[in-house]
Design a protein around this ligand. Structure first.
Ligand code: SIB
Ligand code: ZN
Length: 424
């Protein structure tokens, strides 16, 4: 017998068209899309609702929710060096667990079913992912210039061995060298050797600011992308966050090495990093997904916002309203995001794909009239429209209520911990 049938919703199908039809879930998998008469353990009435593949947040630092609104309106380096890194010194494993649960609660409530995280105390992050039921690609952030450099390598290896393919296959582990400016070449060589040994992929911040690129040129005579290529980092399947300041030569290297990009328009705008040449990267055939970055530089984890910013920012930047149309932006927020994380059978509402599904209520005034549902999703929807969220075949948000997280307890914990962290 089928586990769940989603009845009569408007379904964003794998060919990019929206059709009114049914969708059946068996175990963790989408069993059927089409007219379904079979009975099931649970039937959910989806009339007046839009079913899309769950959003994939390709770059965040989940537990940084604890620093939301602590340090705003600063330059990246100043923000990291004077505010964020000192406050992160005070973090405990338990703080990271609760901060990650806060992030997961917020992501589920805004329709995200999978996220890529780079942080520390990662076994605590994995525990939060395992308990909550969400899907995630996790990396222990490593900074070669920090006193923790060697410990971070050892932790990455044990984390990979313990958690890769863990929690019913919902967790994938990558290696997370933080950035070229915190990881010198000899350290990156150690990281690539470990990637080779484990057959693990790499999640890294690249070419986020003009200052980073200029400093790299001065020190090594090449761009961060060219330097990573020379060091062999790009040979291991790379998820590169930001790529704001990339040249056409960089884009050619990225294309050749199949680098996947996490585009974070909200963070790039707030930290005034710049505008990534996303239309050029897409035209070159590079896989670009969307991300929120950490909540301290955004300041929320709402992928509907990143979707809208992506569709708007490149239009105004190029003075071209055709730059990134709504349907392309939706594809980046879902299917391309899953591909950017190297996930197989995630990101499409199609039989044999993972049942990771976001269901939005279309009853509010801003969903009427309905000329084009993907346009409504991109330009008019908001997180409070997210009604039900399913990950790996399990209902994690049921009629706006979290089923695996006690929200009241969670908010009490994070308020207490957040305030303690920034006390000197
Ligand atoms: N320093 C840590 C590992 C770094 S984890 C990832 C780091 O990325 C930092 N981070 C957050 N947002 C950004 C960003 O936009 N650019 C660069 N770094 C960021 C974040 O504060 C965190 O310190 C250790 O060795 O223990
Ligand atoms: Zn980041």
């Amino acid at each position: 017998m089928l586990n769940i049938v989603l009845k009569g919703g408007d379904v964003l199908c794998a060919d990019g068209q929206v059709r009114q039809t049914d969708l059946a879930i068996s175990g963790s998998i989408i069993a059927q899309v089409g007219n379904i008469n079979e009975t099931a353990d649970r039937i959910i009435d989806c009339r007046d609702k839009l079913l899309i593949p769950g959003f994939v947040n390709t770059h965040t630092h989940a537990a940084m929710t604890l620093f939301r609104s602590y340090a705003d309106d600063m330059m990246l380096m100043d923000w990291l060096q004077t505010k964020i890194w000192p406050a992160e010194e005070n973090l405990t494993g338990e703080d990271v667990y609760w901060g990650t649960q806060l992030a997961i609660a917020e992501m589920l409530k805004s329709g995200t079913t999978c996220f890529a995280d780079m942080y520390f105390f990662m076994p605590e992050v994995a525990k939060a992912v395992a308990e909550s039921g969400i899907r995630a690609v996790l990396a222990r952030g490593m900074a070669g210039v920090a006193p923790t450099a060697n410990q971070a390598l050892a932790e990455s290896e044990s984390f990979y061995k313990e958690w890769n393919n863990g929690a019913d296959g919902r967790i994938t582990i990558m290696l997370g060298p933080h950035a070229p400016y915190t990881c010198p070449p000899d350290y990156l060589k150690k990281v690539t050797a470990l990637a080779e040994k484990l057959k693990a992929q790499i999640h890294i911040h690249l070419s986020e600011t003009a200052g980073e690129v200029a400093e790299c040129q001065k020190q090594y005579g090449k761009s961060p992308i060219a330097l990573m290529n020379e060091l062999g980092v790009l040979d291991h399947g790379v998820l590169a966050a930001h790529c704001v300041h990339v040249s056409s030569e960089d884009i050619a290297i990225m294309k050749e090495k199949k680098v996947r990009v996490a585009h974070n328009p909200g963070s790039n705008m707030k930290l005034a990093s710049g505008v990534a040449p996303v239309p050029d990267m897409l035209a070159a055939g590079i896989c670009v997904g969307l991300g929120t970055d950490g909540a301290a530089s955004n300041n929320n984890l709402d992928m509907l916002e990143e979707l809208r910013l992506t569709a708007m920012l490149h239009k105004v930047h190029r003075l071209d309203p055709l730059a990134i149309p709504a349907n392309k932006a939706v594809d980046m927020a879902t299917c391309k995001g899953a591909a950017a994380l190297g996930l197989d059978h995630v990101g499409k509402l199609e039989p044999s794909y993972k049942a990771d599904i976001t269901i939005l209520d279309m009853k509010e005034p801003h969903w009427h009239p309905r000329h084009d549902r993907l346009s409504l999703l991109t330009y008019a929807a908001n997180a409070s429209d997210v009604h039900t969220v399913i990950v790996n075949g399990k209902v994690l948000l049921d009629n706006h209520q979290l089923t695996t997280i006690d929200q009241e307890r969670l908010l009490a914990e994070v308020d207490r911990r957040g305030l303690r962290l920034v006390k000197n």
